[in-house]
Design a protein. Structure first.
Length: 432
């Protein structure tokens, strides 16, 4: 049976795609709204809004993962989608910058609870190992398709309507996503092995701290955030003020980055069949570091061109795909099934902690000191992350594998001694 022959995954995946495209349209519209209200300071406004998002993701996501097994997940996902639909439809009516911050806070608090819950549902619906790997790839392709096509759709829409209508499209997307989630058979999560919330939150973080390959991913998160924040935060002001472009041009430049991401993401599944994840992800770190350095060179030389900027944006998009796409595979083989929700939640939270560092740099520093100095700082952060990843993630993981085998042996001996209790524990292996 093929992956998309699974009714529940098909509907859940459709809900993800629709919500993603709605979010993509809102991202373009939010940048344009910030420029309309703040002009040259739009980068600082956008950085503040995105910093609020990151703070909420870092704080709320692990707590949501800790308590999700106590709530009916289908109803929770539906309610969170509806809350986001209502908040987004209010954004076109804001007249003050502080109102953006309040609404973004409400929107991202809902998203911070939605995403880890959504991620934890997939292993419960797609139980076959091979299908689960394909599900991870399909989910990543959905993200990359959104990053490419949302700006393109926004560019087309902006040709004949005001950007305020993009928020309406986002709201409609969340509403349809809620209906699809509601029609999906999502089993409630089995109780976690941890009874206290902090134990559940800390378990995933402890796994990252004790697993070399996951420590490497922590460093790679910084590389992705340092390069990606240039595209997310600085594109609006750079296109409008440096290149003299229009609202539509902003969307097309974002599409250039998405095009690089999509191209690489489509090629990666076959590449990962032959090349180790570590090699691919370290290559991504080198590509991103090079991309940020190229952005610095273009800005410092004053040779600002549309073609050069689009090429750098595409390189950054491709480098991000090289790191982000294999991450789910690495997480999957780094923890037991009943610990996966905590590990995914930890990655979600810790990766956004890196963005929490780089978003303010990209927005606030660029507003005060210009693009060149800002991108030099981000280039240094990307380089530090790449070097740290090489040091933290050993090329040979034999010792780690031997340790994992030893842990399995000890666990099996313990289960044999515990008898009936072991049988009960085995029923929780697929906990999400």
């Amino acid at each position: 049976m093929g992956l998309f022959a699974l009714r529940d995954f098909r509907r859940l995946f459709s809900a993800q795609i629709i919500a993603l495209f709605g979010t993509g349209l809102a991202t373009v519209a939010l940048g344009l709204l910030a420029y309309e209200l703040a002009g040259p300071s739009a980068g600082a406004v956008l950085a503040t809004a995105l910093t609020i998002k990151m703070v909420l993701y870092v704080v709320i996501a692990p707590l949501a993962a800790a308590y999700v097994d106590r709530l009916p997940r289908r109803k929770l996902l539906t309610v969170l989608d509806l809350v986001r639909a209502v908040v987004v439809v209010a954004l076109p009516f804001v007249t003050e910058i502080w109102q953006i911050y309040v609404l973004i806070g409400l929107l991202q608090a809902s998203s911070a609870a939605f995403t880890p819950t959504f991620q934890a549902v997939i292993p419960d619906i797609v139980t076959d190992e091979a299908d689960f790997t394909r599900a991870l790839s399909a989910s990543q392709v959905a993200y990359t398709m959104e990053s490419l096509l949302s700006p393109v759709l926004a560019a087309v829409a902006l040709s004949f309507m005001n950007f305020d209508w993009l928020f309406a499209g986002t709201s409609a997307g969340f509403a349809v996503s809620a209906l699809l989630v509601l029609s999906t058979r999502i089993p409630d999560a089995r109780p976690s092995e941890h009874t206290r919330a902090w134990d559940r939150v800390a378990s995933g973080i402890r796994t990252f701290a004790t697993t070399p390959r996951l420590r490497g991913i922590l460093a790679l998160n910084l590389v992705v955030a340092a390069a990606g924040s240039i595209v997310v935060v600085n594109t609006v002001n750079y296109v409008r003020d440096e290149l003299g472009g229009t609202q539509t041009d902003v969307a097309w430049m974002l599409a250039a980055s998405g095009g690089g991401t999509l191209l690489v993401a489509l090629l990666l599944p076959r590449v990962l069949d032959r090349i180790r994840e570590r090699t691919v992800m370290m290559t991504g770190a080198a590509v991103l570091t090079t991309g940020v350095a190229a952005a610095v060179a273009i800005s410092a030389s004053g040779l600002t061109t549309w073609a050069g900027t689009a090429a750098v944006w595409a390189v950054i998009g491709g480098g991000m795909a090289l790191i982000v796409t294999p991450t789910g595979r690495v997480l999957r083989r780094s923890a037991e099934p009943n610990r996966l929700p905590g590990v995914f939640a930890a990655q979600f939270s810790l990766s956004h902690l890196a963005w929490l560092v780089t978003y303010p740099v990209a927005g606030w520093l660029a507003t005060e000191s210009g693009f060149t100095l800002t991108w030099v700082v981000l280039a240094v952060l990307a380089a530090l992350g790449a070097v740290a990843a090489l040091a933290l993630w050993p090329r040979e993981e034999r010792a780690e594998a031997a340790e994992a085998i030893s842990d399995v042996t000890v666990r099996e001996e313990t289960e044999a001694a515990q008898g009936t209790l072991a049988v009960c524990q085995c029923t929780c292996v697929q906990t999400v």
